[in-house]
Design a protein around this ligand. Sequence first.
Ligand SMILES: [Zn+2]
Length: 199
Amino acid sequence: MDRRTFLSASLGAIALAPFTPGVGAWMVAHTAHAAEGGGIPGRKDKVVRTEAQWREALSPDQFRILREQGTERAFTGPNWDNTADGYYLCAGCDLPLYDSRTKYKSGTGWPSFWDAIGTDHVAERDDSSWFMRRTELVCNRCGGHLGHVFSDGPPPTGRRHCINGHAMRFVPIAALAGKKLDLPKGYTRPGTPTQEPSR
Ligand SMILES: [Zn+2]
């Protein structure tokens, strides 16, 4: 990208800037290494596709966010105000990423969670784009960009996973009857009693 392209990309991106306390309008995630799909940590069941295959599989919004580290405008993406019970799966590879029981009302206009389903599902990596040090969240199976994590979340973790709605698809609990999700071994939904109540 030459300097002029870089500047026009920067200016164009301001309108898409996500909310972050104290940082203001410069919160833009749109850096070059996204489409490489590189740096996928961890899992053995990685999903690797070419750029052309991803374009085929994803909507333009999903591609821009997941594969190019884009950011949807606040209050415009899916599910920022969804309070239904269920799971949020990666829009790129269907790996379960978030449980609705960790979702909370952050007021930011993006789906916000105080924790991910597991570290083997949502990975963190340093993001120093746009002159900021932030922690990026990526799907641990396909490497898709999800959003960022901040330290102004509610208990019990104090963390705020700020996720693009287009990066996920929501599956209500009722739609899961009989289907098995790829959840961590022994996963217990938050708020579920660990023992059956005695009668
Ligand atoms: Zn994925």
